[in-house]
Design a binder for this molecule. Structure first.
Ligand code: HEM
Length: 368
């Protein structure tokens, strides 16, 4: 199956099946000149379009640096998604009246210890590909053409299990706690689901969003460290109660197979699935919460070890949703969950994925 190209009413990289490798890089815009911002976005768009469409770079003059890093060939097409952070709408560019209605700097949420050096940013690049070198190549190419106007703020790279099967309900992708991840996720290939829960549509969320946001979506990034040594000492029964699923199969605690849906209503006191289990709090399966669905698109990361000799591993949680309120409602319910003892959110941010480009326009053109 041929991967979709760059052009589209929505950007590539949100609705496609998960790639084996991922990378995120946040940037700040140098200066406060809107024309410079526009030219940076034009250069970024041109290079992103070339990379995503797999067009080889043209070397015009051998006396100039190579037009391309040469790390991978153009047919190793990455997916690149560009988002904007709340800070782009501060006083610098006069864009305050065009801010997506819910976009604010990510506040300290439950259990956070945010590191400013790994949080926020004016722009966010999300890259995915079938190999880590293809991700790094895309990042370098984009940085080459935007170097005068954008400075890097933070970078994080990681992976999903390479053999992952991405059919909802039957996944072999596991996070670094060793549990299947993505079981009850939304199906991004279902256009109706995406229109209902992920993309901002023509009605602009009931008219609350500025016109340019149509075809975009809210992106939440939470860089969540896992205390893996501590987790590896917790009993299997405890781990399964904390998540609310069987570790080996991914089945809910009241079911046998991964695709069985938990029946929380039949277990009102939490005798089978504790009331504070992660999946029960995240999605109680009640009539008043079922509309609060997120498309989760995270990846695992490892950054060696810290000064105390503890492994620095975790989950770069990424979610896409039509409204930020959905993410906040889920987070609110998760506040104080037993899983908090084993994880620590350290970075990330709130962003808005720019609408796609259908013609020869550029990303952010409608916004500017
Ligand atoms: C489900 C792990 C953070 C929201 C799950 C599942 C696991 C898991 C193992 C069950 C499999 C699945 O359906 O994908 C983790 C870990 C986290 C983490 C290890 C942190 C390191 C978060 C955060 C949120 C979140 C920050 C949102 C605020 C959800 C949702 C589900 C889910 C909505 C699906 C529940 C359902 O529909 O049954 N998570 N998660 N998770 N998680 Fe997390």
């Amino acid at each position: 199956e041929r991967a979709r190209g760059f052009a589209g009413t929505q950007q590539v990289g949100v609705a496609e099946p998960v790639s084996a490798f991922g990378l995120m890089a946040a940037f700040d815009v140098v200066g406060s000149d809107r024309a410079a911002l526009a030219s940076a976005l034009q250069a970024l768009t041109a290079e992103t379009r070339r990379l995503v469409d797999g067009v080889p770079a043209e070397q015009r003059d051998p006396r100039l640096p190579p037009a391309d890093t040469g790390v991978v060939t153009a047919d190793r097409r990455p997916r690149v998604t560009v988002s904007v952070g709340a800070s782009l709408f501060d006083d610098r560019f006069g864009l305050a009246d065009r801010r997506p209605a819910e976009l604010v700097p990510m506040p300290f949420l439950a259990n956070d210890r945010l590191d400013a050096a790994r949080t926020h940013g004016d722009l966010l690049l999300t890259v995915s590909a079938d190999a880590p070198d293809a991700c790094l190549h895309a990042l370098r190419q984009v940085m080459r053409v935007t170097r005068a106007d954008l400075t890097v703020r933070w970078v994080l790279d990681g992976y999903n299990r390479a053999d992952a099967v991405h059919t909802p309900g039957r996944t072999d992708n596991r996070n670094l706690l060793g549990f299947k991840d993505g079981t009850a996720n939304l199906d991004p290939t279902d256009g109706e689901v995406m229109d209902r829960s992920v993309w901002v549509g023509a009605d602009r969320n009931g008219g609350t969003e500025p016109a340019w946001t149509v075809g975009g979506t809210y992106q939440v990034v939470r860089v969540i460290r896992m205390f893996v040594e501590q987790w590896d000492r917790a009993s299997l029964a405890e781990q399964e109660r904390i998540i609310g699923r069987r570790k080996a199969s991914g089945a809910p605690l009241d079911g046998r197979r991964e695709e069985d849906d938990p029946q929380f209503a039949a277990d009102p006191d939490g005798a089978v699935t504790p009331l504070d289990a992660h999946i029960r709090l995240a999605r109680p399966r009640t009539a008043d919460t079922e509309h609060q669905r997120l498309l989760r698109r995270g990846f695992s990361y490892s950054r060696g070890h810290d000064a105390a000799g503890l492994l620095d591993q975790g989950l770069a949680f990424v979610s896409f949703s039509q409204t930020l309120a959905t993410f906040l409602a889920v987070t609110d319910r998760l506040r104080g969950e037993p899983l908090e003892e084993y994880v620590l959110p350290e970075g990330g941010g709130f962003y808005f994925v720019l609408p796609g480009v259908t013609d020869d326009g550029w990303l952010g053109e409608q916004l500017l």
